[in-house]
Design a protein. Structure first.
Length: 246
């Protein structure tokens, strides 16, 4: 990856995150990363998150863009819309992260540095490589479910990724174009799995750097039963979907 100034766009989907968003933008600003931009993708939050984002676009010390969507149709759709906007606006690197402060912004420089390695298409902020961890206040069954989900995905798809359901990632723009993100229709954890799978199938490498994942302190989780079921079925859809081309 060349050394000239690159545009780094952090895509942040939001729905009812008015308390967390200003803090997240402040943390991103404190990184003092050259070329850093923030793109907030708000799904018409009833709590006024969109208005908070518009205010940040005027007042923040880093460039903040806002994409207002009128339909709330899932995290995957919001990420696709934001990533496509980021690519259209000339991003060289696209970082995806949640607005709930569960993803440590301090890991972003290491993730971007790891993208410099030959053949690496995406870098995951990983809970399950040495040095990574999940939130201390997670219940034992939530920890077990998360660990099992990643074991399940790796067993079926054999991507050799420790944290296949991770939602904190840094992408090369070229990798996002190669996997045709506009054609992805999955949501939730299954969206993360499908993105990783397409990357591996396209010949890209996935790297992982350790993060300490923390639970949200404001707002409520958006993970529904429907999204969990879709996530469980996605590996099988990918397996059977690939057979005709083999």
């Amino acid at each position: 990856m060349p050394d000239e100034l690159q545009k780094i766009t952090v895509v942040v989907p939001t729905y009812n995150e008015r308390e967390n968003l200003p803090e997240l933008v402040a943390e991103l600003t404190a990184l003092q990363l050259p070329g850093l931009h923030v793109l907030v993708v708000d799904d018409n939050s009833p709590d006024g998150t969109g208005e908070v984002a518009d205010k940040l676009a005027v007042e923040a010390a880093v460039p903040v863009g806002v994409l207002h969507r009128t339909v709330k149709d899932g995290l995957g759709r919001a990420y696709v819309a934001g990533m496509q906007r980021a690519l259209d606006e000339g991003a060289d690197i696209v970082v995806q992260m949640d607005a709930d402060l569960s993803h440590p912004t301090s890991a972003i420089p290491a993730m971007i540095e790891a993208l410099r390695h030959e053949g690496v298409a995406v870098v995951l902020g990983s809970r399950y490589v040495p040095g990574g961890s999940v939130a201390d206040d997670w219940s034992w069954h939530r920890k077990a479910l998360s660990a099992w989900a990643n074991f399940y995905v790796d067993t079926l798809l054999r991507m050799k990724v420790r944290d296949a359901t991770a939602g904190f990632k840094a992408w090369k723009a070229s990798a996002l174009r190669r996997i045709d993100i506009g054609s992805i229709r999955s949501n939730g954890y299954s969206f993360q799995v499908e993105m990783n799978y397409r990357t591996v199938r396209a010949g890209g490498r996935i790297a992982e750097v350790p993060i300490r994942f923390t639970d949200r302190t404001h707002g409520a989780s958006k993970m529904s039963l429907k999204v969990q079921l879709e996530s469980a079925l996605m590996p099988w859809k990918l397996i059977f979907g690939r057979r005709p081309s083999q």
